[in-house]
Design a protein around this ligand. Structure first.
Ligand code: GLN
Length: 305
């Protein structure tokens, strides 16, 4: 019987040859899955024998990964903001950089809820996650607010143009016990008519330039291109959302929009064009890359609508 260390090494060699960017991590996660343990167990017990059915399961998963399929789709979930979220080809796999968006959203909501005493029966803070995909941002925010016992003070809506993605989002919301607090709605960005504007608009829209799509890792070709392709400059959908902010955001409302590391200038320019009286600031992520644009009406400015 082969042991953990031997199978791991075979897996690493195989995935490295197949072009994985993270062959060791991938092999560790897949071997742990095949054995039915946590990755730390695999790391802690290199000498442990692995039975032949686990070995066969490992090899089958290596075949899939070597063909380019993302580890998150093989395992069926991805860790995001401390949660295990179901992941499958219905939606984009949540990315670690998007945790920054959730962090900023949580801070923003917290500030709004604690800034001034909120009289009883104040209506909940309205938050929308535009292009929610598998629901990662909306659900991670809801879980974070539940920990702070603030979930009842907000209403969270997740929208997406893909009914498949929304079905996955709904499953994730149920799985994390926030289905009563996060509502999902099929829409092209936002509903055509917005009866009550939102206090906070969040979005991780597709922002990859169309001509950069073929250069993404093969794993990305297993994800819906709808969730990645942001048009010629990568900012087509973000631009369409900016156009809707005057009606979608309350006065004093804030939009937090994820962007690519090379789009800080692009978003500033786009915002200046589409929303001349507004301000746009870019926040960086943990790697120091531009990552989230904060778009708001300029205080005292001639705000539209
Ligand atoms: N950061 C993602 C990637 O490079 C892009 C996500 C998006 O388009 N919203 O794969």
């Amino acid at each position: 019987m082969a042991n953990v260390a031997q199978l791991l090494q075979q897996g690493v060699d195989r995935l490295r040859a197949a072009g994985s960017e993270t062959p060791r991590l991938d092999a560790e996660l897949l071997l742990a899955r095949a054995i039915g343990v946590d990755r730390t167990v695999v790391l802690a017990h290199p000498e442990a024998p692995v039975n032949t059915s686990s070995e066969a399961a490992f090899n089958a998963d290596l075949d899939r990964r070597a063909a380019g399929e993302p580890v998150a789709y093989i395992r069926g979930f991805k860790e995001f903001f401390g949660l295990a979220l179901a992941a499958d080809p219905r939606a984009l796999i949540p990315r670690p950089e998007t945790e920054r968006l959730v962090e900023l959203a949580e801070q923003e909501v917290l500030q709004r809820l604690t800034r001034a005493p909120r009289p009883v029966r104040t209506s909940p803070l309205r938050i929308v996650d535009v292009g929610t995909g598998g629901g990662a941002v909306a659900i991670a925010l809801a879980v974070a607010l539940r920990r702070r016992r603030m979930l009842d003070e907000v209403s969270i809506l997740g929208t997406d143009i893909s009914p498949d993605a929304l079905a996955l989002a709904q499953e994730n919301a149920v799985g994390h016990g926030v289905a009563d607090h996060v509502r999902f709605l099929e829409a092209d960005l936002l509903p055509p008519v917005i009866a009550t504007p939102f206090d906070v608009v969040l979005a991780n829209l597709p922002y990859v330039r169309t001509d950069a799509m073929p250069g993404l890792p093969i794993a990305a070709s297993f994800e819906p291109s709808l969730a990645l392709d942001g048009g010629p400059l990568g900012l087509s959908l973000i631009g369409s959302l900016l156009d809707r902010l005057p009606e979608a955001l309350t006065h004093g409302g804030t939009a937090l929009l994820e962007i690519g590391g090379d789009q800080a200038e692009g978003i500033a320019q786009l915002a200046a064009e589409r929303l001349p009286d507004w301000q746009c600031q870019v926040e960086t992520d943990l790697a120091g890359q531009p990552r989230v644009a904060r778009v708001e009406r300029r205080e005292g400015g001639r705000a539209a609508a």
